[in-house]
Unconditional design. Structure first.
Ligand code: ADP
Length: 391
């Protein structure tokens, strides 16, 4: 049996999952995270059946390296499962990485040079890779990119109408949530074989939200562009915004780049618009008109973007809901489905309320689906494929 560790490192959390591999298929053995790094750090983990393995404050964890160290120390108390390979979620693969890659010095150097494209995420993704290389240089590591699934877009789709020199510097559309969309593309032939090869729109609706148009299981267009700020409104990000707003904030209101960054990443979206919460559950339970406005805006923008992506595909055969909101909220699914009615989508309210996989009526021209995503399993599979049988 082989063991693969999957790491998803952010600025305030370190998520990890351990997969045992038997007969070629990764099976989740541990799922955990160090949350609240530098504020109220807490280590939590459950086993494959969901039983708690650890749930404790880790007061000494002030930054990502100490989070890695504390997590490693806890791991060792489990009896020292040997780790055969580590797979990492890396937000940016730039214009060139169109598939996961085994990490060596040259790759790490190229990924470092992409940090200016995702300064809030890329350095955090790369830090545990470096640490693991120092601690145990013999364990192979694999980088899996959020951008890679979108690299098959036509060139005219991925450029902005800006001077060409800026494009050549890297200012262009990349798309994100690619590991989630790739997982959905892999699941589709199992759950909906009739439409899997057709024109499919997948909606990853979580704290971050985006939509991806796929044809034949390959990405064609995505609502996120240069950064993960674009497209749909999100928990705390505004989604598509007139760039003139940013100029106004800087020139007329005198906001600094750091203040605008904070506004756009942490204070906008459902949270900013409602003034209540970024959590859809809280907004659905509220009778405050501002909560209703935020939810109406969300559904409206989902409809507008779906229309644009359906145009990119020349029609629509299936629409997939996934991630925290998409998987768990029949109310939001119903609102979004209403906005797809003109494309021939017809929701089955009972199937939707029951959280069935297919939530459209048999007569619906668009198959509506709920498919829970699993980015970590996708990373484990990629890692396994790249280390081959050698490890
Ligand atoms: P991420 O992985 O990006 O943090 P998730 O995919 O876990 O995000 O989605 C988190 C969001 O899902 C929460 O902010 C919450 O609004 C939403 N969510 C989770 N469960 C429900 C539910 N039962 N009903 C509505 N929204 C939900």
């Amino acid at each position: 049996m082989r063991t693969i560790l999957v790491i998803n490192a952010g600025s305030s959390s370190l998520k990890f999952q351990l997969f045992d591999v038997e007969s070629g298929a990764p099976r989740r053995a541990i799922r955990g995270q160090m949350d609240g790094i530098g504020v109220h750090p807490r280590l939590k983990a459950t086993d494959g059946a969901g039983a708690t393995l650890v749930d404790r404050a880790e007061t000494a964890v002030l930054d990502l390296p100490s989070a890695v160290e504390a997590t490693r120390a806890w791991f060792q108390t489990l009896g020292g499962a040997r780790i055969d390979a580590i797979g990492h979620r890396v937000v940016h693969g730039g214009p060139d990485f169109d598939h996961p890659v085994l990490i060596d010095d040259a790759v790490l150097d190229r990924l470092d040079r992409l940090s200016p494209l995702a300064p809030l995420h890329q350095p955090n993704n790369l830090a545990p890779i470096r640490l693991a290389r120092e601690i145990n240089p013999d364990v192979p590591q694999v980088a899996c990119f959020d951008t890679a699934f979108h690299r098959g877009h036509p060139a005219f789709a991925d450029c902005y109408a800006l001077p060409r020199a800026l494009h050549d510097e890297g200012i262009r559309r990349y798309g994100f949530h690619g590991l989630s969309y790739e997982y959905i593309a892999h699941r589709l032939p199992e759950v909906a074989p009739k439409v899997a090869g057709g024109r499919v729109l997948a909606a990853h609706l979580g704290s971050g939200a985006s939509m991806c148009a796929m044809r034949g299981g390959r990405g064609v267009e995505c609502t996120m562009g240069f950064t993960a700020l674009d497209g749909l409104p999100m928990g705390t990000r505004p989604g598509q915004l007139d760039p003139g707003v940013v100029l106004h904030l800087i020139e007329e209101k005198g906001m600094t780049a750091a203040e605008v960054t904070r506004l756009l990443y942490h204070e906008a979206g459902l949270k900013g618009l409602s003034g209540i919460s970024n959590d859809v559950r809280v907004l659905l339970a509220s009778d405050d008109p501002a909560a209703a406005l935020a939810l109406d805006h969300f559904a409206w923008r989902c409809g507008l973007h779906a229309g644009g992506l359906a145009a990119a595909l020349g029609g629509l055969d299936a629409f997939v809901f996934t991630a925290g909101i998409g998987e768990n909220s029949p109310a939001v699914r119903a609102r979004v489905a209403e906005r797809l009615a003109w494309l021939g989508a017809e929701l089955d309210p009972d199937a939707n309320a029951a959280g069935a996989t297919v939530i459209s009526t048999p007569a619906s021209r668009v198959t509506l689906l709920v498919i829970p995503t699993d980015e970590e399993l996708m990373i484990a599979r990629h890692t396994l494929a790249l280390i081959g049988t050698a490890a």
